[in-house]
Design a binder for this molecule. Structure first.
Ligand code: PGA
Length: 247
């Protein structure tokens, strides 16, 4: 399967720097294409200019969230068909920042993922445990429960990517050991057998303080099929080095 490295810019970037970063990455890809697929998920305001900047690069464009409804009276929200309309292939749903800041439940995440798929997008569904949940030995149970609640039934690899992002690792500079990542990803793969079609081909990304310094080690971990990169995606050199870890 082709690995996926997705950059989640979160709420960062004005037009000039976002477009410059996208152009720089696109130029590097044109000069020396990478083995992995790259997706850029800029803030909604930058989807169009970033989409233009990456034309011909082979990069995919992704949104950071979508509403569960295709249209309607939802001030401030963006729908999956709107993301598709401006050239997105992916949308992140259920990121822990949304689960936490907007109290998004598994059921809400599932509805958003279903809306994404209905609009022709591939949903990147995020799951992950808190520090307290890990400390109490409940990581795998929590992650499996989130998957059961958040995944629409029986999606396949073209419509679904799972991102395992331990909440305590996001933006903290701390990461689980390679062994811990392997255990959770292997457990996720097992759970996907019941929840998806072609579970072996559904990509499972790791996210949470992925950096140039740890990317290569993580590429070797069983069932890690790419990365969801936050802070490290805001620096061109850092992000390119991370993606280059896949050769
Ligand atoms: P981070 O964020 O790479 O800054 O830890 C990852 C994410 O939240 O997707």
């Amino acid at each position: 399967m082709r690995k996926l490295v997705a950059g989640n810019w979160k709420m960062n970037g004005l037009t000039a720097d976002g477009v410059a970063r996208a152009r720089d990455l696109a130029a590097r890809a044109k000069a020396a294409p990478l083995a992995c697929e790259i997706a850029l998920c800029p803030p909604a305001t930058l989807l169009v200019p970033v989409g233009q900047a990456i034309v011909g690069s082979g990069f995919a464009l992704g949104g950071q969230d979508c509403h569960a409804e295709p249209a309607g009276a939802h001030t401030g929200d963006i729908s999956a068909p709107m993301l598709k309309d401006v050239g997105c292939t992916y949308v992140i749903v259920g990121h822990s920042e949304r689960r936490h800041e907007y109290k998004e439940s598994d059921a809400v995440v599932r509805a958003k993922a279903a809306a994404a798929v209905a609009a022709g997008l591939c949903a990147i569904v995020c799951v992950g445990e808190t520090a307290a949940e890990r400390a109490s030995g409940r990581t795998e149970a929590i992650v499996v429960r989130q998957l059961q609640g958040s995944l629409p039934p029986k999606l396949g690899p073209a419509k679904l990517v799972v991102a395992y992002e331990p909440i305590w690792a996001i933006g903290s500079g701390r990461t689980p050991t390679a062994q811990d990542v392997a255990s959770v990803h292997t457990r996720i793969r097992e759970a996907l057998r019941d929840l998806t079609t072609e579970a072996v081909a559904v990509r499972i990304l790791y996210g949470g303080s992925v950096k140039a310094a740890n990317a290569r080690e993580l590429t070797a971990v069983a069932n890690v099929d790419g990365f969801l990169v936050g802070g490290g995606s805001l620096n061109t050199e850092e992000f390119w080095t991370i993606a280059s870890a896949y050769g």
